[in-house]
Design a protein around this ligand. Structure first.
Ligand code: SF4
Length: 661
């Protein structure tokens, strides 16, 4: 790292210690009926972890502009206590908090408050599945006033800045785009008139808060919508915004309706930095020095630092990485990168929940959003020397806890138990920890899953956990432990199709372990998340491969979260993978799989290799044996419930078990 990230910077009158911003995330904690306690603790821990500037999730400036019923309503008294409490928490922790002023426009849901969404024009939204009402002049003026009132309210509540949300396809972005602004009055028409609304909002906000209060605009760097604003128009808007008094621009990427993936794991890290750079060059060419903030697909401080050193941006905003690790800034600054819990871009516990009503959390940090319920795992001062060599039949056990299985559930349980002061032995039958994350890490676009393994590889010994790999722990080996946490995971579900015993049939674990042993024509029985991952892996390894994935019922890729599934399936299609649902299996032959397809036609799905990936079953042998031996134990993760093979649930189980034992 060049340490450029850790140089101070100003946003207007706001002096920041470094250039990493915690970007806005809607948490679904904003209106929890707890007086704002959980929200405040969430932000407090990020500020304590080194975040200097935190931008809140969107606070709606009006009910019809809310993105859901859990959004803070900045202009209503009921939201004030929670917002003020968040401000106090962040200030006490030494950070700064900016309130994001939000209006969803046609991305609002009528069902939220029974109000028809408002938009510049009545253009149907695929995202909210509604046809909004075109705003009249009075509604436009009232909405501008709502933004101004929200900004003033933020200042009164003690916020250090506001960010006007004008990107991602929300209301202000809708006014800018020719796709959604079909007006021919003073608020629509050519690009200059389509810029009038954002400039009017910014002007009203500035008038309300005064010249000295920092105002950031989250402006779109690219809409990723065919026929929407051109790069030139968006650059002109950026220049107009800083000319009109924006203290900084935070460059957003893409609309929620866009068919271009923006934040999914399959998007390369740093992919969008060039957009921020383009906007910055336009602003600098026009003679303005306002700082430009880059965002999207930057998940580490070193990567942000590279972008800053290159001049892509003046600050970098990261959002999900702060969910995964509240201490990402301080740990990175201390150059203890091996102990950063990296966001893996899965979206499963964050984005997929933020669009519903469920509180947001994080797959690799199940404590996120529940900081008041579970104690933190402390950052070890220094790697602790192991108190004893690896556990064997002869080592002392009384008072120790054994965790068996070092997949997601077992890793989280071991770390949580050790953090609680327990002495922990973690057994793993394979030669390395990680379980199903080892398989996932080999899938195109999922290499970050290996970062989670790297994190635990470093964390567990530093917490004093004895990690014993390559050891199959039987119940008789575990007698004497105070408690055993069984995290033995899953086994491939048996497939009862004639011919499953033939030599060219293998289960998914074998295929992941040795893709080169898989032939050129591949029939995969099963089409859930694992089958989809495997098809990706095999297609990338050999683009000439002919691959079919099929299942009896259900959707292809069922179980993959909604914010990711569409992008993953598009990749599968692009790779030429054939997908079949509603099939009835006949038998496996030397040439493939005989099926009856959804239309009732008989077909031979070609396969010189047939792979069984039709789900998993809990691996419960050890749990049964322990019960027989009378050893106190808890069963977690896939060993407890294999349905859907849900990593979010596995980590969550590990956290709960680690706290409850
Ligand atoms: Fe990142 Fe996944 Fe956690 Fe979301 S749930 S913050 S994408 S690791």
């Amino acid at each position: 790292m060049t340490a450029r990230a850790f140089t101070p910077v100003h946003i207007g009158t706001l002096e920041l210690k470094h250039r990493i911003v915690m970007g806005s995330m809607h948490l679904n904690l904003e209106r929890t009926d707890d007086g704002g306690a959980a929200l405040a603790q969430f932000y407090r821990e990020r500020a304590l972890g080194g975040a200097d500037l935190i931008i809140t999730g969107g606070a709606a400036v009006s009910r019809e502009g809310a993105g859901g019923r859990t959004y803070a309503l900045v202009n209503e008294p009921e939201s004030a206590p929670a917002l003020a409490r968040a401000v106090t928490a962040v200030h006490e922790a030494g950070g700064h908090l900016a309130l994001q002023l939000f209006h969803a426009g046609r991305y609002a849901f009528e069902a939220t408050f029974g109000l028809r969404p408002l938009a510049p024009s009545s253009v149907y939204s695929r995202f909210s599945r509604c046809e909004p009402e075109a705003m009249d002049e009075e509604q436009i003026q009232r909405t501008i006033a709502d933004f101004a009132a929200g900004a003033l309210r933020a200042r009164e509540l003690g916020f250090d800045a506001v960010e006007i949300m004008a990107s991602e396809g929300y209301l202000i972005n809708q006014f800018v785009s020719p796709l959604t602004n079909l007006r021919d009055d003073a608020w629509g028409g050519d690009a200059e008139r389509r810029r009038r609304f954002p400039l009017a909002v910014l002007g009203a906000v500035r008038d309300a808060v005064g010249a000295d209060f920092p105002v950031i605009v989250r402006t779109s760097g690219t809409d990723l919508m065919e026929g929407s604003s051109s790069d030139r128009e968006l650059d002109d808007l950026a220049v107009a915004l800083v000319a009109a008094g924006a203290d900084a621009l935070n460059v957003g990427i893409g609309w929620h309706e866009s068919s271009v993936p923006t934040v999914q794991a399959l998007v390369p890290h740093g992919h969008w930095l060039g957009v921020a750079r383009r906007v910055r060059e336009a602003v600098r060419a026009a003679g303005f020095e306002a700082p430009i903030v880059a965002s999207n697909r930057v998940n580490s401080v070193p990567l942000a630092d590279e972008a800053l050193a290159r001049g892509d941006a003046d600050l970098v905003a990261m959002a999900r990485p702060f969910l995964a690790d509240p201490r990402i800034v301080s740990t990175s600054r201390a150059r203890r990168l091996e102990l950063v819990n990296t966001c893996i871009g899965c979206n499963e516990a964050c984005l997929d929940r933020s669009f519903g009503d469920e509180p947001v959390s994080c797959l690799v940090n199940p404590r996120a959003g529940r900081e008041l319920e579970y104690p933190p795992i402390p950052l070890p001062e220094a790697p602790a020397p192991s108190d004893e060599p690896g556990a064997t039949a002869s080592v002392e056990r009384p008072g120790r806890v054994a965790v068996v299985g070092a997949g997601p559930a077992g890793l989280q349980a071991a770390a949580t138990l050790a953090a609680a002061g327990m002495r922990v032995d973690l057994y793993e039958a394979a030669d390395a920890i990680g379980g199903q994350f080892q398989l996932a890490g080999s899938v195109p676009g999922k290499a970050d899953f290996l970062e989670t393994i790297r994190y635990f590889e470093n964390l567990l010994p530093a917490l004093g956990v004895r990690v014993i790999t390559g050891t199959h722990a039987a119940a008789s080996d575990l007698v004497g432990y105070a408690h055993v946490v069984v995290a033995t995971g899953v086994l491939p579900r048996a497939v009862h199709v004639a011919g499953a015993e033939l030599g060219h049939v293998m289960d998914y674990r074998q295929a992941f372990a040795e893709p080169s042993a898989v032939g050129r024509r591949v029939a995969i029985i099963g089409a859930g998340g694992i089958a989809v991952d495997l098809a990706h892996l095999l297609a990338e390894a050999d683009p000439e491969r002919e691959i079919t994935i099929m299942r009896r019922s259900g959707r292809i890729g069922a179980g993959i979260g909604p914010s990711t599934r569409w992008a993953v399936l598009a990749e599968l299609r692009a790779a030429g993978v054939r997908t079949l649902t509603g099939v009835v299996y006949g038998r496996i032959t030397a040439d493939g799989v005989e099926i009856t397809d959804a239309d009732g036609a008989l077909e031979l799905v070609p396969g010189d290799t047939v792979i069984l990936a039709a789900g998993q079953e809990p691996h419960v042998t050890l749990a049964s044996e322990l019960a027989g031996e009378g050893v106190p134990h808890t069963v977690i993760g896939g060993a407890r419930d294999a349905s859907g093979l849900n990593a979010v649930r596995a980590f969550d189980d590990g956290l709960r078990a680690g706290t409850a034992v």
